[in-house]
Design a protein around this ligand. Structure first.
Ligand SMILES: [Cu+2]
Length: 276
């Protein structure tokens, strides 16, 4: 015959498991509340919307997470084995339907609220007069092309690609509009809308600037547009966020947001270098 002690054996396990759940909740909440890995501040209006959407989602799911895990810890402890008779419980269809529907409504609503910020970047065209810049991603560099002094982009073709001659875009060398400026860093004036038209020469790359809250895949064979208006002068790291090959870790550049005067100065410098 089994002793009374072995019958009560699961009490300690239940206590330990519920304690573990409480520790899990406290540690998780601490990581978020103490902002251990904070995002750098956003520098665009759309970035601010994305941040507030993210915070809202985090609050709602966070509260549910804490309640669910603490509830679980309580149940594990409350209904631990202390030698009582086991009782069969048949669950509740009504409750199942209620919480499934509530989850569905919650997720649909959060998704619907996020559509606004998403569509501002992907479905709304930039205002006329936005600064056009072409982006060429390739293993493992970034290049940015500006229209140059004539304000027109020269025709470009893959057959003219020549990285060693500083022509990663394949600009037609005989074109009269060939004064385009090509730069390895993305320099833009502050408070001016910028439209990037991004293409890739080889594999899928991904344009990622944390401060813009933009992460956009660049797919070979497609020209993918994206637009933003930076509001804060500064130097921000621009990374490739797709594992695009052995040199992926080296594939980064900078987004430099400068004043309008500095931007014009920079353009003049680039033009002068072009003519040498
Ligand atoms: Cu890449």
């Amino acid at each position: 015959m089994r002793s009374r002690e072995t019958e009560q054996g699961s009490g300690a396990t239940a206590g330990f498991l519920s304690l573990l759940l409480v520790i899990l909740v406290v540690a998780t909440v601490y990581i978020f509340a103490a902002r251990i890995w904070p995002m750098p501040p956003s520098i665009t209006r759309v970035g601010d919307w994305i941040d507030s959407q993210y915070r809202l989602t985090l609050w709602i799911t966070g509260i549910i997470f804490v309640m669910a895990q603490l509830g679980l810890a309580w149940m594990v402890f409350r209904y631990r084995d202390h030698g009582q008779k086991v009782r069969f419980v048949r669950g509740s269809h009504v409750l199942e339907v209620i919480w499934t529907t509530a989850t569905l409504v919650l997720f649909m609503a959060l998704g619907a609220m996020a559509v606004h910020a998403w569509s501002q970047v992907h479905f709304v065209a930039p205002a006329p007069g936005a600064l056009q810049i072409d982006v060429m991603a390739e293993q493992f560099t970034w290049n940015f092309r500006y229209a140059g002094p004539d304000g027109k982009f020269a025709p470009a073709e893959p057959k003219n690609y020549n990285d060693s001659l500083g022509n990663p875009f394949g600009i037609d060398p005989d074109s009269k509009d060939k004064d385009d400026i090509v730069s390895p860093i993305l320099v833009v004036p502050v408070d001016q809308e910028v439209e990037l038209r991004m293409e890739s020469k080889d594999v899928i790359h991904d344009f990622y600037v944390r401060e813009l809250r933009i992460k956009q895949d660049i797919v070979p064979g497609m020209i993918i547009p994206i637009h933003f208006t930076p509001r804060v002068i500064g130097r921000y790291e621009l990374m490739c966020a797709q594992l695009c090959g052995m040199g992926h870790n080296r594939m980064h550049s900078y987004l430099e947001v400068v004043s309008e005067t500095d931007f014009q100065k920079w353009l003049k410098q680039q033009e002068a270098e072009n003519q040498q």
